[in-house]
Design a protein around this ligand. Structure first.
Ligand code: GAF
Length: 386
């Protein structure tokens, strides 16, 4: 895909581009914890967005998207929210301009194989790839965390999703065969190997994509903040659910709407679960790690209410299979994928089983992606020929 994108760029714009590969992500455990100052355990994967970019010495940007086969042009003096995929790029440019970083006209081809709305964070890949490309072309000298924060702010301001930092962080910091434990408050993180050669990370796409996903996501965030406010009356030092205990939450239970209580209950438990799960993973205890993944799914489904019948069905199928260590809905939810840890030599059987049962139940076949853990955003400078 990288070579094809480069060729298409040369065909359209008749010059050599800078190539940038920007991956999607998985998250092993720690869902909806990032915007509560908790922990997450993501990794970058082999699914990716590819950019070919070069400056054009004009005040206009021309972006050709391979996935829709359309070219969008916009002036850098009029960067404003615009419906469609271009909004993610515009949001990034707006953030760079807001920070006083120079942006001049460029030509660009964007391609990719991250399924949209599947919970693998195609949007963070679009954002991170563009920040890294422009950082290289304009020599901003941004570090990877600064790039991630720019992508996150772009997502808040243009598409309007008040996301946490996990997706942009994972996209820019990924390392081959390593997972990352990120403390979303301090932004400190550590890498450690995901070394289970007998297991594969298998993503099963429910093929459900709820249009309410982003508005409901923002509602979840508000509900967490409402819970924190109530707890603060008794415990002023609590700044986020990261600082709260179940006892503190129970003290204010009667004052909270039941749903707000449930949301906070899930998050407090999940933040603890990520820490326990990390210890298990480092010990190589995939079975108990998997049990925690199922517990996360239960919480996301019953308390946080970001699952759907199709995702619950996929996880229930996983539970019945010996070759699966654990499974759960991955990412923001309301559709998208489940993440499954599956015995490598049984992956084919498992996929056939899931696809036929899902087909019988819902009349559609889930796409399945057997992923590998890869490096984060890679910038490949143009080779200069002498
Ligand atoms: C989405 C968001 F973008 C992340 O920040 C995170 O909150 C995730 O949902 C849920 O864990 O991917």
């Amino acid at each position: 895909m990288i070579q094809k994108t480069r060729e298409q760029f040369i065909h359209l714009f008749e010059k050599e581009p800078l190539m940038v590969v920007s991956p999607g992500r998985i998250n092993l455990i720690g869902e909806h914890t990032d915007y509560n100052d908790g922990f997450v355990l993501p990794a970058a994967i082999d699914k990716k967005i590819v950019y070919a970019v070069a400056l054009n010495n004009t005040p206009v940007c021309n972006v050709h998207a391979v996935f829709t086969n359309e070219t969008v042009s916009f002036s850098l003096s009029e960067v404003k929210p615009t419906p469609g995929w271009i909004n993610y790029l515009l949001g990034v440019i707006n953030q760079l301009q807001e920070r006083g970083l120079p942006v001049a006209g460029f030509d660009c081809v964007i391609a990719g194989d991250i399924p949209v709305g599947a919970g693998m964070s195609s949007s963070a890949a679009v954002e991170g790839g563009l920040v890294a490309a422009l950082d290289h072309l304009f020599s901003y000298g941004l570090n990877r965390m600064e790039m991630a924060l720019i992508g996150q702010k772009a997502e808040h301001t243009f598409p309007g999703v008040k996301c946490g930092i996990m997706d942009q962080f994972a996209n820019l910091h990924g390392k081959k065969d390593q997972v990352m434990l990120l403390d979303c408050r301090s932004l400190e993180f550590e890498y450690f190997p995901f070394s289970f050669p007998d297991y594969k990370v298998v993503l099963c796409n429910s093929m459900v994509h709820h249009s309410l996903a982003s508005s409901e996501y923002n509602v979840r965030r508000q509900q967490c903040e409402e819970g924190v406010k109530a707890i603060q009356a008794n415990h002023p030092a609590v700044k986020s659910l990261r600082d709260a205990s179940m006892d503190m939450l129970n003290e204010v239970r009667s004052q909270l709407p039941a749903k707000v209580y449930d949301r906070c209950n899930y998050v407090i438990a999940e933040i603890k679960r990520v820490q326990d799960a990390t210890v298990l993973l480092k010990e190589g205890n995939l079975q108990e790690f998997g049990a925690l993944m199922y517990a996360t799914h239960e919480g996301l489904s019953k308390l946080y209410e970001v699952s759907c019948p199709e995702l619950d069905f996929l996880v229930s199928l996983a539970r019945d299979r010996e070759e699966v260590a654990g499974a759960r809905v991955m990412g923001g939810g309301f559709g998208g994928c489940t993440i499954n840890l599956v015995k490598a030599d049984k992956v084919q059987d498992y996929v056939a089983y899931i696809q036929s049962r899902y087909q019988d139940q819902y009349g559609k076949t889930p796409e399945v992606y057997v992923t590998t853990i890869e490096d984060g955003v890679r910038v490949q400078p143009v080779a200069v020929s002498h």
